[in-house]
Design a protein around this ligand. Structure first.
Ligand SMILES: [Zn+2]
Length: 442
């Protein structure tokens, strides 16, 4: 009921509206956490709270909602007659005994009224908290996150022109067979969320679910995931799910136990900084190209994706029942199309993402992970005979590297340190590893 940041993000309102307003300010503009404000009603301290419903007309409203939901289900079959709900059926769903209590609702509406003209926005990683901001501050956040971000360039064309051009490229490349171009699709409306730890910083968010090519993109994401998870697990560090970690750690423990005398393990954990936003497109394309090459060497020609439900697998032949076949050439062309046609609308301006992995798309996580898996593969195979001392794990952008060494020999420890240093340089130079921890342990 109270959040309105997406409207401000779309309109690009930049003027200050807080002059003379009696709210807590930081450096002259309204900026405060709603829950810490003395006049905040208890109900509004957590944005996940739902105020009590107005119980009047509830059966009529429920009837209307059901009718709206059932509207347009004629695709279910020709025999389907008119679907309707009777008064008594709806009445059976409602407890009539409760009294009307909408004081909470009124409180929230009053609060909304009082804060008119200000931006109310959830915090990134703390969606229950609401930050109240002067629109000029929010506009500044949008500027740093998008407009003046090096990863984006302003686009001269209108949204309609961009969509028409993308559609032409999409259709002529034959991607309609992957997923229909949605006629009513549009570009995603980007917004920014202030960060929980520092509300002066903003995280950019680009929803892409309404884009016309979203179905094909989902299909591609499934292919890329199948390719990523099909790579042999001991040649890279990628973890499919956190739940696989225990098994992997036990294997690593076992492997390390007898690798040398009086074994100790040097552990370093890292954050991969800017995994999504800094990668050059050429590096991403090279990683996909490499992965396709690896599968082609093994006689595979593409990916079979289940038409219904989940599931995709690598394939040699091109006909499998109830599966759609995507050949590697088509996949590569789609990845390139996706990178070249990545647009978003922020503050009423059409922007094109020119650096990094397309933000918010289903294909983004597998692309980022594939890129890292390739770097890890190269690193591990460059180790030669020292390979047996090294193991590691990575879940998206959190990576740990383990190197075994012998406590009996000083040289062995030095070698381990050198291996860690080499590991730190193994990813694309655009990515920086931020070391979070290092320790020796048995
Ligand atoms: Zn202001």
């Amino acid at each position: 009921m109270i959040h309105n940041h997406r409207r401000y993000a779309a309109d690009g309102v930049t003027r200050c509206t807080c002059a003379g307003k009696p709210f807590p300010k930081v450096e002259g503009h309204v900026h405060f956490r709603l829950s810490q404000w003395s006049r905040c009603p208890a109900l509004a301290k957590n944005a996940k709270n739902v105020p009590g419903e107005d119980k009047r007309n509830v059966s009529e409203r429920l009837k209307n909602e059901i009718a709206t939901a059932l509207n347009g289900v004629d695709w279910l079959g020709e025999q389907l007659g008119a679907v309707g709900v009777r008064e008594e059926e709806v009445a059976a769903c409602i407890e009539g005994s409760r009294s009307v209590d909408d004081t909470g609702r009124k409180q929230i509406l009053r609060l909304k009224q009082e804060l008119t003209g200000l931006v109310l926005c959830p915090l990134d990683r703390n969606p229950g908290e609401t930050l109240v901001l002067c629109p000029s501050l929010y506009a500044k956040g949008m500027r740093t996150a998008f407009i003046s971000n090096e990863g984006y360039e302003g686009c001269e064309k209108s949204e309609v022109e961009v969509l028409e051009e993308s559609k032409d490229a999409y259709v002529s490349a034959g991607f309609q067979k992957l997923g229909k171009w949605k006629k009513d699709g549009r570009l995603g409306r980007a917004y920014a969320l202030p960060k929980h730890k520092d509300t002066e910083k903003f995280r950019p968010i680009c929803p892409t679910f309404c884009e016309p090519s979203t179905n094909a993109c989902k299909m591609m994401a499934r292919c890329l995931n199948a390719m990523l998870f099909g790579l042999p697990g001991n040649e890279h560090l990628n973890l499919k799910a956190v739940s696989d970690m225990k098994g992997r750690l036990m294997k690593i423990n076992k492997k390390m136990e007898n690798v040398c005398q009086s074994t100790q393990v040097m552990v370093a954990s890292y954050d991969i900084k800017d995994m999504f936003s800094k990668l050059p497109h050429a590096t991403i394309v090279r990683a996909v190209d490499w992965c396709i090459w690896w599968y082609k060497e093994r006689g595979l020609t593409g990916v079979h994706v289940k038409v219904r439900g989940k599931g995709a697998r690598m394939s040699k032949s091109d006909v499998v029942d109830r599966h759609r076949f995507v050949d590697f050439n088509c996949l590569m062309r789609y990845v390139q199309f996706d990178l070249e046609n990545c647009y978003t609308v922020a503050s009423a301006v059409v922007l094109r993402q020119i650096v990094g992995i397309p933000m918010g798309k289903p294909s983004s996580p597998p692309l980022a992970c594939l890129m890292c898996a390739k770097s890890e593969w190269d690193f591990l195979s460059s180790l030669g005979s020292q390979r047996r001392y090294v193991a590691g794990l990575r879940f998206v952008d959190d990576v740990s590297c383990f190197v075994a060494f012998s406590t009996k020999r000083q040289k062995s420890r030095e070698q381990a340190e050198q291996i860690l240093k080499r590991f730190e340089r193994s990813y694309d130079p655009a990515l920086t590893l931020k070391r979070t921890e290092i320790e020796d342990g048995k």
